[in-house]
Each structure stands twice: as C-alpha cells, then as structure tokens.
Design a protein around this ligand. Sequence first.
Ligand SMILES: [Fe+2]
Ligand SMILES: [Fe+2]
Ligand SMILES: [Fe+2]
Length: 405
Amino acid sequence: MTFTSDLQDFAQMLSCAVDLMERGTYHHGQKVAYIAKGIYEHLMAKEAPANLIITSYIHDIGISSFEDKERARQFFANKQILRSHCVDGASLVESVDILKPLKPIILHHHTNYSDIDKYEEGIPIEAQIIHLADRVDVLINPERYILDQVDDIVDVVLKYRGTMFNPELVDAFLDLSVKESFWLDLTNEYQHAYEHIVFPSVNMKMDMEDIYQFSYLCAKIVDRKSPYTAEHSQRIAGIATALGELCDMDEQDVYFLELAGLLHDLGKLAVPEHILLKNGKLSEAEYRIVKQHPYYTYCLIDRLKIMNKVRDWAGFHHERLDGSGYPFHLKGDQLDLGARVMAVADIVGAITEDRPYRPGFEKRETLKILWEQVDKNLIDGDVVSILAKHFDDVIYSGIKSKVVV
Ligand SMILES: [Fe+2]
Ligand SMILES: [Fe+2]
Ligand SMILES: [Fe+2]
C-alpha cells in the first residue's frame, strides 16, 4: 500500500486551522505567504522557494490560545509573547522530518534586524522576510478600505527600516506597495488570491510516514490547548486503529482511521479556551460554540482533496445513527463502518480519560454507557460488541499508540 499527498495542502490546512483562533476569517498564514512571496520574488527576481511558502503558512503554530493570537496581532506586541510562540513552534516542527529544516525560520520569525548580530548562527533570509510580511499583515485594519490605508502602513514600515526590518527587504516591499493589485489581492474576499499561490516547482510530496508525522503534529497542536486531555487525539487514533483492525478493515482504511483519529478534533482550535477548559457544565451558548468543531475539522481536511475517508471519519465523529448527532445530522446508512468506529472510539476514549471533575470510567461502567447508547440507536452495536470482547487490548492500544519524538 502506498499513498502520497502534497505538503502544500497539509501546510495550508494547518495554517487555516491555526487561524481559526481568530473566529475563522482572518487567514493570517496565507496572507503572510502571499506578501512574503511577493517580497522575495521582487528582490531576487526568481520564484520563491518552498521553504518560504510553507513556513509562512505554519509560522504561528506555536500560538495556542485566542488571547496570544490577539496579542501577536498588535504591531508592538509583547516581546515575550512573540518569543515564546517562536520557540514553541520551532520545537513542534522537530517531530516532523519534512518540516525540520524550517525550524530556524520559525524560531526567528520575530527577530529584529538590529538583533541579528546576537545570533552566531545567523538569521535565515526567509525568517527576515516572514517577519516583515507578518508585521505588514497585522498593520492592515480590516475595518478600513484597503487603499486608504496603504500610506499609513508604508510609513510605519519605513520608520523601522534598519531597526526592526532588513532595509533591502523594506525597499522591495515599497516597490510592491505601489501596486493597487497587491493590496486588493490581499483583501479580496470574493476570490482569495492568496489561496492560489502556485507552489514552487520543488518536489514536496509526502509519503505515508510524512503524512502520519504531520497529522501527529496537528494532534499535538490541538491537544496542547487542554492540559487535561493532552493526548486525547493520539489515544483516539490508537483506539480507532485497534477497533478497525478487529472489524477486518483493510490496511489502507486502518491507516486512514489512524489519521482521522489524530485529526478529528482539529476544529477545536475554533473553540476559545474559556469554554474548552471550563470546569463544569457548559451553558447552551457555549455548547453551540463547541458544536462547531467537527464541522471545521471536516472543512479543514476537505482541503486535502484526496483524503475523503479521513475527512468523513474525522468530521462525522459526533454524528449518531438516529440522526441526533451534529453538525450534519446524518443517520443510518450515511454513516459507514469507519464513521461508526470513530464515533465509538471517541466516546470510549473520552469517558475512560481522567478529567479534572471526575476520574476516568472503568471497563464495566464504560460498557454499560456504550450499550445504553446502542439501545437508543445512537452508536453501532456490532462495533461495541467487538470492543467488549477485546476491551483491554483496545484501550491499551489507545494508551501505547505510536509516539513520534
Ligand atoms: Fe508569529
Ligand atoms: Fe504571524
Ligand atoms: Fe469531538
């Protein structure tokens, strides 16, 4: 079995996922990629390299809360906040072989030009470009007509030419800034120009191990938002994989189930921490916000185009056989075996986990809850009986599931 995908698609997906921490409309990572590509190509008169584009998409993966995302959007952001997400982001990419070379770029994407001498190893030009592109994007005020604010943005950038920003890059940016189309592309809501960046002609295919590692990175980014369930996605992936094997699913489907497990809560990045970490019952309004998450998971994975099974199995994990689940209210035949396995894996994973307000349920209680749900036609009885037969093995797989260091 072989399966490949494009790194660009995964990087764009992760970029959109991280930007959900801004109510889903801001597209910061993609805009930074667009500006950075423009600056590089104007300066070097050649196509921007893959590492500049990919890092632009994922440069902010170290940000783990709405609050820090908001703070990083201030032009004069607190240095400590900026530094800490650079360090966290750099350490996150270490576990993904294909992203490892981007580490120094992520680490220095907020390092000022005047501080470059402090770093013996130097600062990659890509980091300096992303730094400028990032600050240009945060200077844009979405409330104002874009062409009315170009002079103000240019003035600020010019003021920090040689201190915050590399002067050569500022000059390239100034040349670009005279084109109305550059700004209109950036803010065009009808046709997102930045979504159509042509990927440099570099072979950046991901093999199955790369895809696994990238999905594991996504799982870590989601799970680090909630310390109580720090390995939830990884556990669900392990449980779903074990259940899929026991249900005689083929090797490729079991692999897709593992990816679906790792990615199933990616949309939770759209849920603010005060709701995600609330110690107690959610209000109805809060629950409505939580209910968005499988929808966003579905949309994010849909961007990958070729992983429709992963998209469905991850996006349908809160659907129920009688149609009472969310967000699509699918029922019966519309939910295939993979979706049924994921739904059971997510429930069993969640109720056997310790939470701050209750310890994890034991085997007997867990199975009792699951059978009650089978009786109400919410989840699949065949999957639950296979789980019941192999409970310890399945739960154990959830705990020991693969760890990529
Ligand atoms: Fe940043
Ligand atoms: Fe940023
Ligand atoms: Fe969920």
